[in-house]
Ligand binder design. Structure first.
Ligand code: GUN
Length: 299
């Protein structure tokens, strides 16, 4: 049976470090890190995520501002709000929750955020810094940054000689995750829905990262014995065994069977999920410290 990574415990450690850095910044400058979270429309899952982001920001000692805009918000109104937040010296981090309602185009909104305040790491300037190996100067997308922390805890900072396979090629996760693994000297394959014989590609992986959005797709036969398996999926499936109409959360990895083959594995829930919010807090305190000329800690 594999070692199961406790994402909640690792995230709590990051939050503790962030809270200390935030307190140090306030003691030195009188400034608290400011995080603005913008949500448009009524998607219930997005509202749950945004509330926990705002709550955690307060817990870290930040100034936390939430802008809840109606479904009918126009592109121009949303971009005007981002511009106001760009100009606000008390706001160091801006996050626009995705997906936006139909009719709104997320890319121009994301690209209108000042890169220094782009705590999601989605601006082309931040994505470009990551792709060119500048891991210190920009802001890195939160979920891959969190997943990478697990990889570093398991394998150390240097992944020389290790094969890593990332299933998924999104801008939010797959591409930055592959870039982080490559920057740590892994030999990286970015697999996706058009990859031929995905199972045998995955069987090559010393580090297998799944972000496909398909419940329990990765089976035991896809996992190299002794591998590290990081599950980024969050899928809600029916759970009739819990009673009529009940559901439960599962990842992209068939956990029980893969845990028999892997040496280290992350659970869902309680694996990568808690890390996303923790790394958002880390990016916010980093942005605030840089804005005041103070070197942030490394997370
Ligand atoms: N929706 C789901 N995950 C994320 C995220 O990491 N950032 C933003 N902005 N929206 C999301």
């Amino acid at each position: 049976m594999a070692t199961v990574i406790d994402g909640k415990a690792v995230a709590a450690g990051v939050v503790e470090q962030v809270t200390a850095a935030s307190a140090a910044l306030e003691a030195q400058t009188g400034v608290r890190p400011g995080l603005a979270v913008v949500i448009v429309g009524n998607d219930p899952a997005s509202h749950v995520y945004v509330s926990s982001k705002s709550r955690m920001a307060k817990q870290c000692g930040f100034k936390s501002v939430q802008h809840t805009l109606p479904e009918t918000t126009s592109q121009a109104e949303l971009e005007a709000l981002v511009e106001t937040l760009n100009q606000d010296p008390e706001i160091h981090g801006i996050l626009v929750q995705l997906p936006l309602p139909d009719g709104l185009n997320s890319d121009p909104v994301i690209q209108s955020i000042r890169p220094e305040k782009d705590v999601d790491g989605l601006h082309v300037v931040n994505a470009g810094k990551l792709m060119t190996g500048d891991l210190e100067g920009g802001l890195i997308s939160c979920t891959p940054a969190g997943a990478m922390l697990f990889v570093r805890q398991t394998h150390g900072p240097d992944l020389s000689g290790l094969n890593a396979v990332v299933i998924g090629r999104s801008n939010l996760f797959g591409k930055p995750m592959s870039a982080l693994l490559l920057a740590a000297n892994a030999t990286v394959t970015t697999a996706h829905s058009r990859t031929k014989d995905l199972a045998s590609v995955c069987r090559n992986a010393d580090i297998l990262v799944a972000a496909v959005g398909r419940p329990q797709m990765v089976k035991a036969g896809w996992v190299k014995p002794g591998a590290t398996v990081i599950d980024v999926g969050i899928n809600r499936i029916d759970a009739p065994e819990r009673g009529e109409g009940k559901t439960r959360l599962v990842g992209d990895v068939a956990f029980d069977e893969c845990a028999e083959v892997a040496s280290t594995i992350t659970p869902v829930p309680g694996g990568v999920g808690p890390m996303t919010i923790a790394m958002l807090m880390a990016n916010t305190v980093t942005a605030a410290m840089r804005a005041h000329g103070i070197k942030p800690p490394s997370f």
